[in-house]
Write a protein that binds this ligand. Structure first.
Ligand code: GLU
Length: 421
């Protein structure tokens, strides 16, 4: 492995900068703008001492990085996972800046995280941890300042605790300070399935460009969490045959197509896991990623499509449901194979798009039907896809770099109009 490859593999933020620099060069972005965007605006790290159920105190590391507020308050999720660290949160925050700009939302980008293993913690421990995090971030979060949401390892439950604690500490009642809330607490209809829905809409757009008809198409979905399971269900509803799915327990393959509703029913009764699902053949993660199919949806973790996997991938379209599933070194390989990669900052922007709708509804105190939310979402997603597609044609580049260009053009304008750095 070369040193640059090694460096990129070690730092996710380096991977962001590599793509930022590539896009900046193509559009001759003023160096001052690139320089500003290379540096997150604010980084906060806190230690969170929690009384565990066994009576002992354990101290957890919590982070929040605000990458940019050039286009509005910063927006981005909070993840609970063991590999959370400064570099990862910084990279994810920067991706949110570009994601919000691509989706044309009036937001900058941020991300937060707590280094913990939520699967091994009780509900009480998770509640104490979420509340401690909210308290520690009381000066960072704000309805017009920095607006968190769920990410890996968190859901509406954690958002409700964080909202409640934030409101208690600040003495305000401000539902829009956090999105992805349960519907009864000011959450938006359609928010939970929104990221998966965005994946579906992007897949249909890309398939249309290649004249692939959904009824004769096959797809492979890696990951069966919030993003992957909704994406698989919604793709199947369009008539696409889902030939393989996976989760942490492994891959499950059936060339005749997996009944997604049946798999969903199974996980609902099986501690959210596909472990033991016997209606499909068990395959490895690598076998899953390299299956012959029309659409591959990596919707699990970052860094799954390495150079090696990229050589073996056998699909026409990749829709990046996860954040950062492809190593920068794999990009040229996928491009040379003619695979259309709809990049994360476009492909999974459905979630933050409906977060934006949730925030708007909270501000109005007036709520929309699910159909209205979905319709507004689909429109926004199609416009974003088309803009990125046009830029890819115009500059003769990949959709990934075109998405960065689309974002940078908007951010640059914002910075220029504000006239300050
Ligand atoms: N965590 C999601 C993402 O990475 C959603 C962020 C949000 O809704 O603010 O896009």
């Amino acid at each position: 492995m070369s040193t640059t490859t090694q460096a990129a593999h070690e730092s996710m933020y380096e991977a962001v900068l590599a793509r930022l620099n590539a896009a900046a060069q193509i559009i001759n972005l003023p160096e001052s703008v690139t320089e500003v965007l290379r540096h997150p605006q604010k980084e906060v790290k806190v230690s969170l001492p929690i009384v565990m159920d066994n009576g002992k105190i354990q101290v957890f590391d919590g982070y929040r990085v605000v990458h940019s507020t050039h286009l509005g308050p910063s927006k981005g999720g909070i993840r609970y996972a063991m590999d959370v660290n400064e570099d990862e949160v910084r990279a994810l925050a920067a991706w949110m800046t570009f994601k919000c700009a691509v989706a044309d939302l009036p937001y900058g980008g941020a991300k937060g995280g707590i280094k913990c293993n939520p699967r091994q913690m009780s509900e009480g421990e998770l509640e104490r941890l979420s509340r401690a995090y909210a308290k520690a971030m009381k000066d960072v979060f704000g309805v017009n300042k920095d607006i968190p949401a769920p990410d890996m390892g968190t859901s509406g439950r954690e958002m409700a605790w964080i909202l409640d604690e934030f409101n208690k500490v600040t003495g305000e009642d401000s539902p829009g300070v956090i999105t992805g809330k349960p519907v009864g607490l000011g959450g938006s209809l359609g928010r939970e399935a929104a990221t998966g829905r965005g994946v579906m809409v992007n897949a249909l757009q890309a398939m249309a460009k290649l004249n692939i008809h959904p009824k004769s198409a096959t797809a492979v979905v890696q990951g069966f969490g919030n993003v992957g399971s909704h994406a698989a269900r919604l793709l199947a509803e369009q008539g696409i045959k889902i030939i393989a799915i996976s989760d942490a327990s492994g891959g499950y393959y059936d060339e005749k197509g997996i009944d997604i509703q049946d798999a969903l029913n199974y996980t609902a009764k099986n501690n959210k896991s596909l472990e033991g699902y016997s209606k499909a053949t068990k395959i490895t993660n690598e076998e899953l990623l390299t299956l012959k199919c029309d659409v591959l949806v990596p919707a699990a973790l970052q860094n799954v499509i390495s150079e090696d996997i990229a050589q073996k991938v056998n699909c026409k379209i990749i829709i990046e449901g996860a954040n950062g599933p492809t190593y920068p070194e794999a990009d040229p390989i996928l491009n040379s194979k003619g695979i259309i990669v709809v990049p994360d900052i476009l492909a999974n922007s459905g979630g933050v798009t409906v977060s934006y709708f949730e925030w708007v509804q909270n501000k109005m105190g007036y709520y929309w039907s699910e159909e209205e939310v979905n319709q507004k979402h689909d429109e926004k997603m199609k416009t974003a896809f088309e803009k990125v597609w046009q830029n890819a044609q115009k500059y003769k580049i990949s959709m990934r770099i075109a998405a960065y260009i689309t974002a940078l053009e908007k951010i640059q304008l914002g910075i220029k109009m504000k006239g300050h750095f």
